[in-house]
Design a protein around this ligand. Structure first.
Ligand code: ADE
Length: 247
């Protein structure tokens, strides 16, 4: 998979050289390229923004600079709808969730356009949609960051770990929070069985796999009901069993 990130702060993306994402880049599983938007600016100050038309606070990123950058980075891919997706992180986007990460992990080429200030001139998204490029505006959550770079870090990590061959044991992707079960993950423990007076739940030391599985399922449901009742409402009836209703 190829991911391009365009930003006025390419240094912000340095952590993408570390850990699993860094390894995926080195092994060739992930072709990740980071670009400085100012490379496409023309004036001496390498200006990328201007004041908002209609008035108001802050600055807006210029469509001409973004257009030249994205024409280059999207490249010939624009001729192949379905092969490329333009992702624009913005607090006014659709919420990023695990399903979106799973879908993006199947797109051969993702370009992330990181806005700053008050955002990117709205005609940029409109223009590429008109040219048949899938454009998705995504929000990390209901709060405002200074720009899209942190969202790009989050997005790349969430997507890259789903690429086949990335995570050692693919079963861990199924059991984790927001995995196939649709619940938050159950609490986890390791040795020692007693630490500072806190005991590991006895069932986990029982060696009784069916009981352990049931206990984990109950814990996941209880935790989800307490912390994220909205997720409980979305659980599919066919994914529940009678014992789920007994807790
Ligand atoms: N840029 C600024 N705030 C953001 C948010 N909440 N999500 C994604 N991108 C952003």
């Amino acid at each position: 998979m190829r991911i391009d990130v365009v930003s006025i702060f390419p240094e912000y993306l340095a952590p993408l050289e570390l850990s699993l994402v860094g390894k995926a880049r080195r092994t060739g599983l992930l072709d990740l390229r980071v670009h400085d938007l100012r490379d496409w600016a023309h004036d001496r100050h390498r200006t990328v923004d201007d004041s908002p038309l209609g008035g108001g606070a802050g600055m807006v990123m210029r469509p001409d600079v973004w257009g030249e950058a994205l024409d280059d980075v999207l490249g010939g891919a624009q001729a192949h709808p379905g092969e490329v997706e333009l992702v624009v992180p913005t607090p006014s986007g659709l919420p990023l969730d695990q399903r979106t990460a799973e879908r993006l992990a199947t797109v051969p080429h993702v370009v992330v356009a990181c806005g700053r200030y008050e955002g990117i001139d709205a005609r940029v998204a409109e223009h590429y949609r008109g040219r048949g490029v899938a454009v998705t505006e995504l929000s990390l959550g209901d709060y405002v960051l200074n720009g899209g770079e942190v969202a790009a870090l989050v997005l790349v990590e969430a997507v890259a770990r789903l690429l086949p061959g990335m995570v050692g044991n693919p079963a861990s992707l199924v059991e984790e929070s927001h995995g196939a079960a649709g619940t938050l993950e159950y609490p986890v423990y390791t040795r020692p069985p007693e630490w500072r007076g806190h005991e590991v739940p006895e069932v986990l030391l029982s060696g009784h796999h069916a009981r352990i599985e049931r206990w984990r399922r109950d814990q996941a449901l209880e935790r989800t009901a307490r912390r994220r009742p909205d997720l409980i409402e979305r659980l599919a009836v066919e994914d529940l069993d009678r014992r789920d209703r007994d807790i």
